[in-house]
Design a protein around this ligand. Structure first.
Ligand code: FAD
Length: 374
């Protein structure tokens, strides 16, 4: 799905400067992904990468991506699953993917792959301006210039534990993507479980709501999930992960100036209803480089078809106004459709015919109410 076809890499219609210099304003996950794509498509000997970030620390960040195994970042895979589990009410379903895989990376594994592949010149310090002497500046800094301001602003927030048990308690081949069998009284809440072996897993409590929780609130939810749903009472916590991702319908201004483009989260690459960003960055970078190869100019690509934006806004309204409906909607989405169709839908890779099939099988009323309500 996000396999990048590098058939274009040798095709260049524009007599480009011998060396393309890329200045990254912020050296986070996005900067590393765009630099990998650039070096693959333009040729690593033709690219100079300069990254400036206020810190050299790499965050503890688990990054999951579904799709056909991506050749470009394959060497950064930390773990991978072919089977996904979902839970709701007193039911669970398990779906085996055919061509796709659910792959886990980390911010550190992606950075290590870049360091093993490209010579990156790194600087530490604040960035305030693009670099006029570089061919292009890619900007990961947040900025409040909008193409469309947010009408809904929610958060996907989470806290997770990497737990170790003495007894085998996890199924290493099955990742739990969404288990709604937890208290839903204070926001849409689900747990996901990424097992690394029979005695080790990342167990994360994820919430869609207006604001983050106190740590002990997530911890209580995790404790009861491990005890009541998984039957695990004895465990040790080796590491924790906390974070939040904006779920909002804001469209930020991406072209901040000539050859100056916002990327990653700052460029609005996060899917508002899922928080997934990595695969979208890879596809975006590929399109930017293709355009550069054709025209010699750096320009952000067109957004996905407007209907995907409309679907996201409807679901965001339902999350905001009728959170109790959301677990049932997401459960039905996965239960009544082939898993790979839904994953492609969430990645905005389906066609209208497939989307009609998907919506046909969903509870309609919350969507009709969301269409009427603003
Ligand atoms: C905890 C967490 C888990 C996530 N999990 C997933 C996932 O599973 N799958 C997925 O697809 N997405 C996930 N995301 C979303 C997204 O992929 C990540 O947020 C990713 O790190 C985005 O990359 P980025 O480059 O846009 O931002 P960042 O990685 O945050 O990088 C931005 C960088 O810019 C630097 N910076 C900012 N301003 C300045 C300045 N003025 N001067 C110098 N430096 C500056 C910062 O220091 C930072 O290093 C997750 C996000 C979080 C927070």
């Amino acid at each position: 799905m996000f396999r990048i076809d590098f058939g274009f890499s040798g095709l260049c219609f524009f007599p480009m400067a011998k060396r393309t210099s890329l200045f990254f304003m912020g050296g986070g996950v996005g900067a590393h992904l765009y630099s990998l794509v650039a070096s693959e498509m333009l040729g690593k000997e033709n690219v100079h990468v300069l990254m400036r970030d206020r810190t050299d620390e790499v965050p503890v960040r688990t990054l999951c991506v579904w799709g056909e195994p991506a050749s470009l970042i394959h060497d950064a895979v930390v773990a991978q699953w072919a089977t996904l589990r979902f839970g709701f009410g007193d039911e669970t379903i398990v779906r085996r993917m055919d061509r796709m895989r659910y792959s886990q990376y980390t911010a550190a594994s992606i950075r290590a792959l870049v360091d093993a592949t490209i010579d990156v010149e790194r600087q530490i310090g604040e960035v305030n301006n693009p670099d006029a002497s570089s061919t292009v500046s890619f900007d990961s800094r947040h900025d409040d210039r909008d193409v469309r301001p947010a009408s809904i602003s929610l958060l996907q927030h989470f806290h997770g534990w990497r737990v170790l048990t003495d007894e085998p308690m996890f199924e290493p081949d099955v990742a739990t993507m969404m288990d709604f069998r937890v208290d839903q009284s204070d926001g849409v809440c689900f747990v996901y479980v990424l097992p690394y072996g029979p005695t080790e897993a990342l167990v994360e409590c994820t919430v869609f709501s207006e604001s983050t929780w106190q740590k002990d609130h997530y911890e209580a939810r995790l404790t009861s999930y491990l005890r009541d749903v998984m039957g695990i009472n004895d465990y040790r916590i080796s590491t924790t992960e906390t974070g939040s991702i904006a779920m909002c319908d804001r469209i930020p201004l991406r072209q901040r100036g000539r050859s100056w483009i916002a990327i990653g989260v700052a460029g609005g690459l996060t899917k508002p209803t899922t928080g997934y960003t990595v695969a979208r960055c890879l596809r975006d970078a590929e399109k930017i480089m293709q355009h550069y190869q054709r025209t010699g100019e750096f320009k952000p690509p067109a957004r996905a078809h407007a209907r995907f934006d409309w679907y996201d806004r409807l679901l965001l309204r339902i999350i905001r106004d009728e959170p109790a409906e959301v677990p049932g909607i997401l459960w039905t989405l996965f239960k009544r459709n082939p898993i790979e169709r839904i994953l492609r839908f969430l990645d905005e890779q389906t066609d209208l015919k497939e989307e009609i099939l998907i919506f046909w099988r969903l509870p309609w009323l919350p969507f009709l109410r969301a269409i009427v309500r603003r």
